[in-house]
Design a protein around this ligand. Sequence first.
Ligand SMILES: Cc1cc2nc3c(=O)[nH]c(=O)nc-3n(C[C@H](O)[C@H](O)[C@H](O)COP(=O)(O)OP(=O)(O)OC[C@H]3O[C@@H](n4cnc5c(N)ncnc54)[C@H](O)[C@@H]3O)c2cc1C
Length: 857
Amino acid sequence: MKSHYQAVVIGGGVVGCSVLYHLARAGWTDVLLIERSELTSGSSWHAAGGFHTLNGDPNVAKLQAYTVQLYKELEELSGQSCSLHLTGGVMLADSPERMDFLRLAHAKGRYLGMDTELITPSEAKAMFPLMDESNFVGAMWDPVEGHLDPSGTTHAYAKAARKLGAEIELRNRVVELTQAPDGTWTIVTENGSIAAAHVVNCGGLWAREVGRMAGLELPILAMEHMYLLTEAMPEVEEFNARTGREMVGVLDFKGEIYTRQERNGILLGTYEKDCRPWSPVETPWSFGHELLAPDLDRIAPSLEIGFRHFPGIANTGIKQVINGPFTFAPDGNPLVGPVQGLTNYWVACGVMAGFSQGGGVGLALSNWMVHGDPGFDVWGMDVTRFGEWASLRYTNAKVRENYSRRFSIRFPNEELPAARPAQTTPLYDIMVGQNAVMGDSWGLETPLWFAPKGSEPKDVVSYHRSNDFEHVGNEVRATRDGVGVTEIANFAKYAVTGPGTEAWLNHLMTNRMPKAGRIVLTPMLNERGKLIGDFTIAKASEDRFLIWGSSAAQKYHMRWFERHLPTDGSVRIHRYDQTLVGLSIAGPKSQALLAKLVDEDVSSSAFRFMDFREMAVGGAPCMVNRITYTGDLGYEIWMEPAYQRLVYRAIKEAGAEFGIVDFGMRALLSMRLEKNFPTWYRELRPIYGPFEGGMERFVKLDKNDFIGREAAAREKAEGPKLRRVSLVVDAVDADVMGDEPIWAKVNGSDFGTVGKTHEFGAPRFDAEGKDTRTSQASHGASSVRGLRDGDWAVVGWVTSGGYAHYVEKSLAQGYVPTELADDEADGLFEIEILGHRRPARINREPLFDPTGEKMRG
Ligand SMILES: Cc1cc2nc3c(=O)[nH]c(=O)nc-3n(C[C@H](O)[C@H](O)[C@H](O)COP(=O)(O)OP(=O)(O)OC[C@H]3O[C@@H](n4cnc5c(N)ncnc54)[C@H](O)[C@@H]3O)c2cc1C
């Protein structure tokens, strides 16, 4: 152990070892991993070792696919076996709703290049004869699933890292972290202190404690988790002998269980409803290579279903029950990246599926540390996706909810109840009193839609159009024909001040900054020229600008802003969070309404489209933007929370003569669709360039040098490969939800933008359960099954959509190859909704107010 390193990784579980390996592979060999005991001494050693590619977030799924592909390379490099068993896996649906879920997952898999297949229960039984197929209506087969040896795999990362020059120090605990004014970290260990430029928290079960050493409260909680191992089973041995291969892994949503072959018996694990957090406040340092006491009573309901569904297992003796803790973030995805507010403090923790995700986490984090960018769209894992509201108790409630629902269906219109309300605006009780169905928007209660008086304000959860359809439609029509008001406190808001502000914003943003009293819309790019933000910016005065952006990306953007702030103090940035709240009024009568609320001229010539003004509204000091996301004539009005009730009441009273209605987020999102407006993190994400995203109007390559300009200029010169499009879909009773594949009639052309399959060959089984293709775990071959169908091919994907109530059309936005993006012909596209391919047509002009006449007023 030296006295100084480029980076110190704390924790030698599978994640820490993967980070160490990837740092060394990226060229940072002056790196040290410190482990308080032996490698795998947290949760890694007792894992069931299962791995899979599927994930609700396609970008996380890609990183999981990378992890699985990495194992062969790792074995070769390290000389250490991971005991890889690429068996493939089956997910079993017991109900039509679950089958819809599998259809969606299968459709999503198409454009990710995954080789999933929908199969019948009998086909599933051929691969896993222990099941009773009469319990199921269908299944999905995924060839890229299997299991490995957790300890061997962790050591393979470690050995490979060492071979590349990285160091590992065992049996030495990090006890304290301090940072000098020049940014150097001092890592105080039981065996002395070390200096390092970067610290990485891979503390796993102790990640919270390692966070607290730097003043952080990371939203992670460990949960107890049980799996059991059966005695040897003659049925398993017979199957192995007959087919020459192992049984596949099986996931039974109804029973909340997963199962696979382990030696000549079965391993069966549960995600039980009656779950238990472990060490909810502090993880004891004394916890070693230990297991927790099994509690079979708690998992009995799952086992009961499991034994009914898999009678082959019911009569077998249980050899061992493993109960061990491992950590989760509130949404079940990892926490990765640099922490906002600290320099060179990195985390890679809350990794609940270390053997599916560890490789991808290591790759993304090492890219970030070495090259300044993760190289992928890692929003789904970014540590900044949780705000200050994700406290210890919030995390406890959410993690328990997430664990107990791990195998439950999450419907697209479903709001989960745990840890709510976390934050409320002063209008909360008024909105609830008006029968609002509330949603969680980055920890803030926000009205989604208003249920009729006397009815229960509740969504009927569904993949299809539901009980909100008619009422959201009414809100949209009343707004578009008259005037509506909605809360917009859930937007992100920032003030930037100081003499260097305008030059700084010009350096960060792609658009020219506005004149005083004016507003611009502008994307923000990273160095690679990819979209990392989309903002509304107003110039209030010479040295003061206001910025509005995506609520969920507040900390993500603050991290970027802080990283690029000048060190001379000439620019200061303030995130308002809920210290600034807002209301939006929109519709043709909104101007007449505003005129009643203010004492100045707000006619279209005096207060123009894209103007900004500070004025009293209903007697309260406010900032007003003449712009709305509805794309209609309208205004955003911003005020301190103490004034929000006053302004709202004034709006409602003055609006009564115009028949004002309240509308919620769902109506707002429906209205933006018919204007072809994109949304952040759906249409606009760090995987797209600004020209691909259709943002060319807001990119001024000739204004001055700005971050990402060179790459953006290249994208423009070469021409974007993809383009964001809006499509009208011939939907029946279900609209797109996002992530559906877009099919096109390509007549043999190869657009090559999707369907890049993983490196794995896909086993195919016959009715006997024999693999008719190659030996399992073979690599190298690839298959594009499912991406072509005669003249049709999957060419793109949907990013978001829904029903546009005013124009009465089902709309989708998504990305297709540029060659196809301008063709508005009928019969060219289809979008797969819940397993049915529905005709779709590109519409280039917004269906509502295409010339922008109404919006300009
Ligand atoms: C019963 C069970 C079954 C599971 N099954 C699966 C499965 O099938 N598939 C799957 O992918 N995942 C599974 N998991 C989850 C998997 O174990 C975790 O995702 C994985 O272990 C997380 O690894 P980690 O490196 O983040 O954390 P850990 O394994 O907890 O490693 C953290 C390490 O950091 C060290 N450390 C902490 N603080 C310090 C300090 N201050 N100084 C020095 N060292 C420190 C610890 O000693 C420890 O070795 C299972 C977990 C359990 C409990």
